[in-house]
Design a protein around this ligand. Structure first.
Ligand SMILES: *[C@@H]1O[C@H](CO)[C@@H](O)[C@H](O)[C@H]1NC(C)=O
Ligand SMILES: *[C@@H]1O[C@H](CO)[C@@H](O)[C@H](O)[C@H]1NC(C)=O
Ligand SMILES: *[C@@H]1O[C@H](CO)[C@@H](O)[C@H](O)[C@H]1NC(C)=O
Ligand SMILES: *[C@@H]1O[C@H](CO)[C@@H](O)[C@H](O)[C@H]1NC(C)=O
Ligand SMILES: *[C@@H]1O[C@H](CO)[C@@H](O)[C@H](O)[C@H]1NC(C)=O
Length: 575
């Protein structure tokens, strides 16, 4: 009896356990029994579907709630609106590309049974990540530039050849299509390709990218116009690289299987310009990193000393890339004129480059004003953009020019002195009480140039303060002298400024007096700044003796014999 009871109990236990399991399953599935992978959360574009398809952990918009999964590629979803179930087989080709096939919505069955009804020729849908915005990846075609032929089904357009050029950002490629007179339906056009995703299936390589029309930037392009799928195959032989590329005709990957068969096919061949490359001179690349005087731009020489990258200190906006193409002139290891291939964004062409060594850590760079397709045109027009003055982080002090002690004309101290002079003259020699010293920050009364032991400093003085600069490079251009100097006590971000000066002699009540006109300019040694007049700061100075002369002796001498002081100044100038 007890045995039967025991058996009954066991059976009941099994039944209860089964019921519980079923209940749990039911509860589980009615609450959305599964999750979509976390990486799928976001908005997806699918050709033919208006708006975006949003996916979160439990729901796929327009399809249903995740009800069951084999934790691989099969998902059963429950469509609450229609109260039906369907199987989706979803393949993640790339974190930005999902491809799926699906069944009709119907009665629930087991996951495998439902999914088995999907046949091999069922429609394959592609979804491309749109939100959050995908981060482009480097395009798989190297090394740009390429020439290419293309076909839209009515024959190869090979003559003239089209060109594919790299942009500073290697996830972009500029496609310059040419029109072939002998091939109907070809037209010249410029397209920009942004590469979003690449993956491989068997031996077939896929790329999904965004195509935009460069010359019709303002026209509105839709996702349907922009998303394109590509199949490509690269062949590397010796020094030449070719790519066969097939492009989809719409915003899907449908029907793309071979790199030589598509709505549009292209054959890219790299332009072997390696042998044309030159190296920037060693006095330029001895420092890899150069900075503008205010440190807002970085100039970085890379890739075997053949490439110069120009970028903003805070990011890569406005980035330019220059590849040395050919050196035209190289003088005294100080001046070089060369042709470089410049890429800015997706614009590119040949440009003239002039570089001048102005000191151990000081360079000046000048770029041609325009880009040219032909390298030999680059330096022909002699038109340049303004000079850019560059410094390295390791700067070498040099001797400053125009050594001597100077008095700032029209400074507060100068005006006071003149007033006192007048008063003394009027009161015929009677002493007047000293006025308290006037002092305004940033206004200087005097300057001494190169008066330290190493003759490499410029010191501006006022009654309350002094500022010392160290000279790092100096040169002359006709009547104008230029000095690159930085604060003697360097800050964490070493910066410098440019002093631009000239000298002139003026008859002051019949007596010739020698003047130094001086301007300080930040940023770069801007040409055309009138010394003593323009610039960020401008001063007119008179010489108040050589560094060696005691100021007292000199001020006396200057009063007694101004011509002598002038001679001294002339001697200094001649040095
Ligand atoms: C997922 O999306 C659906 C429909 O938009 C919404 O009802 C649900 O609360 C979302 N779930 C989560 C976990 O965000
Ligand atoms: C680049 O130039 C520097 C300085 O002249 C030199 O030391 C270095 O070897 C060069 N690098 C290459 C790859 O030519
Ligand atoms: C300056 O003045 C002196 C005397 O008046 C005259 O001889 C000389 O030619 C003048 N120089 C200039 C540059 O004007
Ligand atoms: C310096 O002198 C020139 C002409 O002699 C004058 O135009 C300029 O204003 C002066 N500069 C200063 C800062 O006083
Ligand atoms: C020359 O410099 C000394 C010291 O700075 C000063 O006392 C003197 O007044 C200056 N002379 C003139 C003419 O400015």
């Amino acid at each position: 009896m007890s045995a039967i009871l025991n058996l009954f109990r066991v059976k009941m236990g099994v039944v209860i356990a089964r019921v519980c399991l079923l209940l749990m399953l039911a509860v589980y599935s009615s609450y959305g029994g599964c999750n979509f992978p976390e990486g799928w959360t976001g908005g997806w574009f699918q050709s033919g579907t208006p708006g975006l398809i949003y996916i979160n952990s439990t729901n796929m918009q327009g399809k249903g709630e995740c009800a069951e999964t084999d934790a691989n590629d099969k998902f059963m979803v429950y469509d609450r609106n229609e109260d039906c179930y369907r199987c989706l087989v979803i393949h993640e080709k790339h974190k930005y590309v999902l491809q799926y096939k699906e069944t009709y919505c119907g009665q629930r069955d087991s996951l495998s049974t439902m999914c088995e009804s999907i046949t091999g020729d069922a429609a394959l849908y592609s979804m491309f990540r749109k939100d959050p915005r995908p981060i482009p990846e480097p395009c798989p075609f190297h090394p740009a530039p390429f020439t290419f032929t293309y076909s839209r089904g009515s024959g190869d357009c090979a003559n003239p050849p089209s060109r594919a050029e790299s942009c500073t950002d290697d996830s972009r490629l500029l496609l310059r299509y040419m029109a072939c007179p002998d091939v109907p339906g070809t037209e010249s056009n410029i397209e920009e390709l942004i590469c979003l995703a690449t993956w491989k299936e068997g031996s077939t390589r896929y790329l999904v990218g965004l195509i935009s029309q460069v010359q019709r930037r303002n026209s509105i392009s839709t996702d349907e116009d922009m998303y394109r799928c590509f199949v490509y195959k690269g062949q590397h032989a010796d020094k030449s690289v070719t790519y066969n590329i097939a492009q989809s005709g719409d915003a899907t990957c449908n029907g793309l299987t071979s790199p030589v068969d598509g709505s549009r096919t292209m054959k890219l061949t790299n332009v072997d310009d390696e042998h044309n490359r030159c190296h920037f001179p060693s006095w330029v690349v001895e420092h890899h990193k150069w900075f503008s005087l205010d440190h807002t731009h970085q100039y970085h020489f890379t890739t075997k000393n053949a490439t110069l990258k120009i970028m903003n200190e805070d990011g890569s906006f406005d980035e330019k890339r220059l590849v040395c193409h050919s050196i035209l002139e190289h003088k005294d290891n100080k001046l070089v004129k060369l042709v470089a291939h410049l890429t800015k964004g997706c614009e590119s062409g040949h440009v003239c480059v002039r570089l001048a060594r102005r000191g151990g850590g000081v360079l000046e760079l000048q770029l041609g004003a325009a880009l040219h397709d032909a390298p030999h045109h680059a330096c022909a027009d002699q038109l340049y953009t303004p000079h850019v003055t560059l410094i390295t982080t390791s700067l070498y002090p040099v001797r400053c020019p125009m050594l001597g002690r100077y008095t700032v004309i029209d400074s507060l101290a100068d005006r006071r002195r003149r007033r006192q002079q007048l008063t003394i003259d009027e009161s015929s020699g009677e002493e007047v009480a000293e006025k308290p010293v006037e002092c305004v920050m940033g206004q200087y009364d005097s300057a001494s140039i190169g008066c330290g032991a190493s003759q490499d400093t410029i010191e501006f003085q006022s009654a309350c303060t002094s500022t010392v600069y160290t000279c790092y490079g100096s040169w002359r251009e006709g009547a104008v002298g230029l000095v690159v100097a930085g604060p003697a006590r360097p800050t964490s971000r070493p910066h410098a400024l440019c002093f631009i000066y000239s000298t002139y002699v003026r008859n002051e009540s019949g007596v010739p007096v020698s003047f130094l006109a001086l301007s300080a300019v930040g940023g770069s040694c801007a040409r055309g700044v009138l010394p003593g007049v323009a610039g960020d700061k401008a001063y007119n100075l008179t010489i108040n003796g050589t560094c060696e002369q005691s100021s007292k002796y000199n001020s006396l001498a200057a009063r007694l014999c101004p011509a002598l002081a002038l001679l001294g100044a002339a001697a200094l100038l001649a040095r």
